[in-house]
Write a protein that binds this ligand. Structure first.
Ligand code: GN1
Ligand code: MG
Length: 354
């Protein structure tokens, strides 16, 4: 049934390949993503964009296409073979649209799969951390001259701290008593962190930290590597929109420097790896160094701390809401994710002194 459905949707796009099966790529928490296998390569990535989470899917897809086109123009000096591995390619439908809308209202988009590539859920060594930093710096440098104001804000207030606190307080007021009880220490931590966690927000609002094109989901599993562990490109451009550099740096650090996966339940395994932090930052600054202002540079470590907090807060809020946003596999999944993030935050504080 699902095979027939995916085959049909794949057939709505403009390509000459023949469907030969699929595999679900299940690492995301929001969209449904499938690797589409074909009789003769290339393979493709077919994605159902969750329109419950993303209110303006056409705007989201336009963002991705425009940013990829911009990067393509910037990388014209590379050989066609290299361009294929470094730039995401989106396919149009047979009627020339950037997405296909199925009868049930779902939005689908199709991308080329970059062959012989790998992703990491956790960083295995310093070199991978360095490459991740280099790639993020490169993405932000390549998009630095793109007018961020022309991008659709795909999720309004995505990293806005007052908004995230408001959502948390609303969830807390309505939450199931047993869940509140289980989450108590973390609820207190959120309340006690309010002031510090608004420092970057205030600098953003006052204009001291400038807005740029940002990726907004820079976790390490969104970095594509070749088989020799050299960074190729950032994937998952769904949340590209205006933002500050700290959150992109921070989300990458949150995932690159955690010695365990973000939902590891044995918190003894969750530590902040300072060597990975230094390696990532070195790669990042190699490409970004010149374009960062002193204030952007100064607040990078707080960016990492704030981003870990914001994701922990969002997992906790979703737990209090009864798991309505992130996909979960079991009852306390979101609570365990939140615990993991707050343990990581504590370890980062000890090691970075922020
Ligand atoms: C979600 O679905 P995925 O894995 O691409 C979330 C990110 C979080 C991430 C945590 C639109 O991303 O903000 O950092 O989970 N995306 C959205 O793993 O909320
Ligand atoms: Mg994402």
């Amino acid at each position: 049934m699902q095979t027939e459905r995916l085959k049909f949707i794949f057939g709505q796009f403009d390509h000459t390949s023949e469907f030969d099966g699929f595999e679900e790529l299940a690492s995301g928490h929001i969209n449904d993503t499938y690797l589409i296998k074909t009789k003769t390569k290339p393979y493709y990535v077919l994605q159902r964009i969750n329109h419950g989470v993303f209110p303006d899917v056409p705007g989201l897809i336009e963002n991705k296409v425009a940013i990829s086109q911009h990067i393509k123009e910037k990388l014209q000096h590379l050989s066609p073979k290299k361009q294929k591995r470094r730039i995401l390619k989106f396919f149009k439908t047979n009627t020339g649209a950037s997405y296909f809308r199925g009868d049930e209202g779902n939005y689908w988009n199709l991308m080329g799969f970059i062959d012989k590539s790998v992703t990491h859920m956790t960083v295995p060594n310093e070199d991978v951390a360095y490459q991740g930093g280099r790639l993020l710096g490169q993405f932000l440098t390549l998009t630095n001259d793109f007018d961020a104001a022309t991008l659709t804000e795909v999720i309004p207030n995505f990293h806005d701290m007052p908004f995230r606190y408001r959502q948390f307080e609303e969830a807390l007021a309505k939450a199931d008593k047993a869940r509140v009880e289980k989450a108590k220490p973390y609820i207190n931590l959120v309340h006690n962190s309010r002031e510090e966690m608004h420092i970057l927000q205030n600098l953003k609002e006052s204009g001291e930290i400038k807005m740029r094109v940002t990726h907004n989901d820079t976790k390490i599993s969104n970095v594509l590597f070749n088989k020799k562990e050299k960074g190729l490109c950032l994937i998952d451009l769904d949340t590209v929109m205006p933002g500050i550099v700290h959150y992109d740096f921070g989300d990458a650090i949150r995932t690159s420097c955690n010695t365990a996966a973000e939902d590891e339940t044995n918190l003894d395994l969750v530590e902040f790896n300072l060597d990975y932090y230094n390696a990532f930052t070195k790669g990042f600054l190699k490409n970004m160094g010149d374009s960062l202002t002193p204030i952007e540079l100064k607040y990078l470590p707080l960016g990492a701390k704030t981003m870990i907090f914001i994701i922990g807060l969002r997992f906790l809020t979703d737990y209090l809401n009864g798991d309505i946003y992130f996909k979960t596999k079991y009852d306390d999944h979101n609570l365990n994710r939140a615990k993991n993030q707050f343990k990581l935050l504590q370890s980062l504080s000890e090691k970075l002194g922020v």
